[in-house]
Design a protein around this ligand. Structure first.
Ligand code: NAD
Length: 309
């Protein structure tokens, strides 16, 4: 395996998990973040990583602020929340060169569009991951259970950048495949998140508490269905039955889960609502579809986001 220079922009839960696993596989990884306590903990003690393979310390990581990045990376993976993508890339220009591949596995829609301003054509990669991660405290991240990654070139091209990225992620045991049909998976995940993240953020219910009245499940299924309808109107082959089954499964089996949007609200941070429900509403307008449940939920979460912190 060829050692690659990999920068992780946004080294919170997911970025630290990916950075740690890629460093363990022998790549030269730099974590770029603005959380000085997290960066300092990693510099002083290494990254404490807890997965099903056990708890260990990853020491061969560089950790610095985005504006101090000086060397162009072969691959830069963006793992900020979507609302911070553009500002983070502006600050991290030192890590971007003409050959840098830029990858987003962030949730929501519009990630490729945000990245294309910063990379050469054919160098933007976009996809979806089912790996989970949580940041316990500065310098410490956990991820339990397994996951996969599916990605493609944003413009559909099969570049060496795509092949090298798939190879690097697989060498780190992250189960990555190149999938030209990944748009369907991206929209299906957005449909799931538009329903459960948004509803939990507004109601402060856990996922299971959404079933305390029949209205919760009905609302979730309406919102997920609206998003799938928009995807299909755009020619994306998202599967309504598949998404509805995932929503019902989460309501039944992930009852104690607090989705990230609820965690953001409870921590006084702004949510990713614009890249999820906001992007669905915008796309619906272009297709002439009406998405009243998704749009109402967008406006409600915007009100929560607008509260003074
Ligand atoms: P997180 O909040 O744990 O991490 C985001 C990091 O970005 C933070 O460390 C923050 O300090 C950093 N950041 C913010 N602004 C920055 C800037 N300008 N420059 C550099 N760094 C900056 O979030 P996360 O849970 O790791 O999620 C990241 C993305 O992955 C989101 O889009 C999320 O929806 C998606 N995702 C998360 C999971 C999960 O299980 N956590 C799973 C799949 C996808």
């Amino acid at each position: 395996m060829q050692t690659r220079q990999i920068a992780i922009l946004g080294a919170g839960a997911m970025g630290s998990l990916f950075g740690g696993r890629l460093a363990e596989a022998g790549h030269a990884v730099t974590l770029l973040d603005i959380d000085d306590a997290h960066l300092a903990a990693i510099r002083e003690h290494g990254l404490r990583l807890s997965t099903d393979a056990g708890e260990r310390v990853v020491r061969n990581l560089r950790a610095r602020r985005p504006e101090s990045a000086r060397e162009p990376a072969d691959l830069l993976i963006v793992f900020t929340k979507t609302l911070h993508t553009t500002a983070a890339l502006e600050a991290a220009r030192g890590a971007l060169g003409p050959q840098t591949a830029l990858l987003s596995l962030q949730n929501g829609l519009g990630n490729a569009e945000r990245l294309v301003r910063f990379a050469a054509p054919g160098h933007v990669l976009v996809g979806v991951t089912t790996w989970p991660a949580d940041k316990a405290e500065p310098g410490r991240v956990s991820s339990h259970g397994s996951g996969t990654i599916r990605l493609r070139g944003a413009d559909g091209s099969h570049t060496p950048a795509l092949a090298h990225t798939v190879e690097a992620l697989n060498a780190a045991g992250l189960a990555c495949t190149a999938d030209p049909d990944v748009w369907a998976a991206i929209w299906e995940k957005a449909a799931f998140n538009a329903a459960l993240n948004g509803l939990c953020a507004v109601t402060q219910c856990t996922v299971g508490e959404l079933t305390n009245t029949p209205d919760g499940e009905a609302l979730a299924l309406k919102i997920a269905g609206e998003t799938v309808a928009v995807a299909r109107a755009l020619g994306v082959d998202a599967n309504a039955a598949h998404v509805a089954a995932n929503v019902r499964h989460a309501l039944a089996h992930h009852r104690a889960h607090r989705p990230s949007m609820l965690q953001d609200v409870l921590a006084g941070r702004r949510t990713e609502i614009e890249a999820i429900n906001g992007a669905v509403v915008e796309a619906a307008r272009k297709t002439g579809l009406s998405v009243p449940y998704t749009e109402s939920l967008l406006h409600l979460v915007r009100l929560v986001d607008a509260r003074p912190r």
